[in-house]
Design a protein around this ligand. Structure first.
Ligand SMILES: NC(=O)c1ccc[n+]([C@@H]2O[C@H](COP(=O)([O-])OP(=O)(O)OC[C@H]3O[C@@H](n4cnc5c(N)ncnc54)[C@H](O)[C@@H]3O)[C@@H](O)[C@H]2O)c1
Length: 262
């Protein structure tokens, strides 16, 4: 049972694609009920195996819209009639590798809103209305990035948004350590997903990207040209969600095949 989520209710943001979609599937296979949220439509035909569909609820929402995080948690509670056990903050977007002197207000606001403010609002909502503080139990997993650990993996705004997410993770872990609530973060390296579609090409900062590419090349060379898979990330998210990791709290786990070790 230490590796299962039987009877647990999990919210997964960004469930329609990439790491969020794979996490949703692993949670369902582990026995959880999943309330998945995404701004995009869920893929058709559904990649969720038929036998698991009854435990999956999809909620379409732009989580940056006013009130959307609270409304989504309220919808989860009323749809399932349960308190929330797990929150996986997976939804995220990329900048266009802009250095700070080229960062537009719109880019900054968009990145901070999706990557930092939405996770904060959802953490607050699951702790309060979602019942984690009341039931003295909960697991929160924030998907940050290699760019949350160093300054050489993305643009200025993305880097700032993910560094903030790591600080939020550590603060919550420490603050609620006696309340049965654990908060951890996962930092993927480069994973082939749809996240590249969130890059605003008109803002692309090739000059800044050129200063980062030695690190990217190193990463890909180390992988033998093969990138890290969404399952590699989702497996760690699952581990941080189950009882087997019960004393793992406040850790930041890179899943990047040693990229962050260089
Ligand atoms: N792919 C990588 O190389 C990589 C590396 C490091 C970190 N990450 C992080 O992993 C997480 C998942 O990204 P992914 O690679 O699976 O990308 P993805 O684009 O495949 O999936 C992200 C999902 O988030 C959703 N989303 C975006 N904005 C939203 C909003 N406002 N409201 C609701 N949903 C929204 C998108 O529709 C999408 O389905 C992100 O937080 C990303 O920063 C990815």
């Amino acid at each position: 049972m230490a590796w299962k989520l039987d009877g647990k209710l999990a919210i997964v943001t960004g469930c329609a694609s990439g790491i969020g979609l794979t996490t949703t599937r692993l949670y369902l296979e582990a026995g959880a009920t999943v309330f998945g949220i995404d701004i995009s439509t869920f893929p058709e035909p559904s990649p969720i195996p038929r036998a698991l569909c009854d435990n999956f609820h999809f909620h379409k929402a732009d989580l940056t819209a006013p009130g959307a995080c609270d409304d989504s948690v309220a919808a989860c509670l009323s749809k399932t009639g349960k308190k929330i056990d797990v929150l996986a903050n997976v939804a995220g977007i990329m900048d266009a590798f802009e250095a700070v002197h080229k960062t537009k207000d719109t880019t900054w606001d968009r990145l901070i809103s999706v990557n930092t403010t939405v996770p904060m609002k959802l953490m607050r909502a699951v702790l309060n209305e979602g019942g984690m503080l009341e039931q003295k139990s909960g697991r929160i997993i924030n998907v940050a990035s290699k760019a949350g650990l160093s300054g050489a993996a993305a643009g200025f705004a993305y880097t700032a948004s993910k560094h903030a997410l790591i600080g939020m993770t550590k603060h919550a872990a420490w603050r609620y350590r006696h309340d049965g609530i654990r908060t951890n973060a996962v930092c993927p390296g480069g994973v082939p997903t749809n996240i590249k579609d969130s890059i605003h090409k008109e803002n692309f900062d090739q000059e800044s990207l050129d200063t980062l590419t030695p690190f990217h090349r190193l990463n890909h060379a180390r992988d033998g040209g093969q990138s890290i898979s969404t399952a590699d990330i989702a497996n760690v998210i699952l581990f941080l969600s189950v009882e087997a990791s019960r004393n793992v709290n406040g850790v930041i786990v890179p899943v990047d095949n040693a990229w962050s070790a260089c």
